[in-house]
Design a protein around this ligand. Structure first.
Ligand SMILES: O=C(O)C[C@@](O)(CF)CCOP(=O)(O)OP(=O)(O)O
Length: 324
C-alpha cells in the first residue's frame, strides 16, 4: 500500500485570514489563490503492517515534535476514513525554501493527502481530496487544483461544504510571480497563531472581513477578462488590509521586516514608471511580486539589486496534484 504524489504551493490573491472553527479548520471567509510551478513537494506514503508508529522523513531528515504530530494526526483522519489501523512511512522532499516561510505547508499537506489517501486505498474525488487536505492546513486545500482556485468557506459547521473549486487552469493566463526571499530569519508569528490572535483581539478584523466578499467578486471578474491591473490592484489591497489587522491585534504584531518595506516601495516606484507590477505577502517577511512576462528581466533585476534580498525565485502558474 504505497503511493507518491506531487503538489505545488499556491499564493493567495484573496487571503484566508481567520478561522470560525479551529478543530476542523473552517475559515471566516472565502479565499482565492494561484498555484505556482516553482515550488512543490513530492511525498511518498507507504502503509506497512509491520510498523508500530508513523515515521516521517522531510528532506532526508527524520522529523519529530510539532511537525511530526501534525502529520500523524492527519494520517489518523485518513485511517479513520479507510477504517484501517495501519501505520505509514512518509517521505517528503520539498522544492520549497521552507526556511523562507513559504507556504510549504500548502504543498506539503496537499501531497500528503493525495499520496496517503491513494496508498490506503481511498479513491477520492478532487472535492473530497480538497476537503481532506483542508484538515491538514487550510491553504493547502487550494493546491489540489492548478491555476486559479477558490476555497469556499461553506455554511455547514461539519465542514462538508468547505473545500476548493477550480476557477481557471494553469494554462489559462501566463502571469508570473517572483518570490523575493529576504535574509531576515527572525521567527515570525505562525499563520495559525497570527489568525487566532487577530480574530480574537484585532479592532480591524471586522473591517477586513466586511471587505473580502467584494474583493473576491471583483478579482474573479478581473481574472475572467484577464485584466492584470485589476487583479493586481485588488490582490495588493487585500494583502495590505489583511496585514493591517495584525497591527490592531493585542499584542500587536507584523510579519514585515525592514526589507519587506523596501521591496514594497520598489514595487510602487516601478508602478509610478508605468510598469504593471504588484505584490502580495503572507505570514512571513517575504514578498511575492506579480508581473507580466514582458517585464520579467526588468522586474527580476530590480528585485535582485535590493540589499537584503538573498534570492528571487520565478514561477509560472502551476498544475494541480499529480501522481508519480
Ligand atoms: O494562504 C492564505 O490564504 C493566507 C495565509 O498564507 C497567510 F497570509 C494563511 C495561511 O494559513 P495556513 O498556513 O493555511 O493556516 P492553517 O489552516 O492554520 O494551517
Amino acid at each position: 500500500m504505497r503511493a507518491t504524489a506531487k503538489a505545488h504551493t499556491n499564493i493567495a490573491l484573496i487571503k484566508y485570514w481567520g478561522k470560525r472553527n479551529e478543530a476542523i479548520i473552517l475559515p471566516t471567509n472565502n479565499s482565492l489563490s494561484l498555484t505556482l510551478d516553482g515550488y512543490y513537494t513530492t511525498t511518498t506514503v507507504e502503509f506497512d503492517n509491520s510498523l508500530s508508529k508513523d515515521q516521517f522523513m522531510l528532506d532526508e531528515q527524520t522529523v519529530f515534535g510539532e511537525q511530526y504530530d501534525r502529520v500523524t494526526s492527519f494520517l489518523d483522519i485518513i485511517r479513520q476514513m479507510a477504517g484501517k489501523q495501519v501505520y505509514a512511512q512518509v517521505t517528503s522532499i520539498n522544492e520549497v525554501p521552507t526556511a523562507a516561510g513559504f507556504a510549504s505547508s500548502a504543498s506539503g499537506f496537499a501531497a500528503l493527502a493525495a499520496a496517503g489517501s491513494k496508498a490506503i486505498g481511498l479513491h477520492l474525488s478532487d472535492q473530497e481530496l480538497s476537503r481532506l487536505t483542508r484538515r491538514g492546513s487550510g491553504s493547502a486545500c487550494r493546491s489540489i487544483y492548478g491555476g486559479f482556485a477558490e476555497w469556499e468557506m461553506g455554511m455547514r459547521e461539519d465542514g462538508t461544504d468547505s473545500y476548493a473549486v477550480p476557477i481557471a487552469p494553469a494554462d489559462y493566463w501566463d502571469i508570473r510571480v517572483a518570490a523575493v526571499v529576504l535574509s531576515a530569519t527572525k521567527k515570525s508569528v505562525s499563520s495559525r497563531e497570527g489568525m487566532r490572535r487577530t480574530v480574537e483581539t484585532s479592532a480591524f478584523f471586522q473591517g477586513w472581513l466586511d471587505s473580502v466578499a467584494h474583493d473576491l467578486a471583483e478579482i474573479k471578474q478581473g481574472i475572467d477578462v484577464r485584466d492584470f491591473q485589476k487583479v493586481g490592484e485588488i490582490a495588493e489591497a487585500n494583502c495590505l488590509k489583511m496585514h493591517a489587522t495584525t497591527l490592531g491585534a493585542q499584542p500587536p504584531f507584523t510579519y514585515w521586516h525592514d526589507t519587506t518595506l523596501v521591496v514594497m516601495q520598489k514595487i510602487w516606484e516601478m508602478r509610478s514608471r508605468s510598469i504593471p507590477v504588484y505584490f502580495t505577502i503572507d505570514a512571513g517577511p517575504n514578498v511575492k511580486v506579480l508581473y507580466l512576462p514582458e517585464h520579467e528581466t526588468h522586474v527580476q533585476q530590480t528585485l535582485r539589486n535590493i540589499p537584503g534580498v538573498t534570492d528571487v525565485r520565478l514561477s509560472k502558474p502551476g498544475r494541480g496534484i499529480t501522481y508519480i
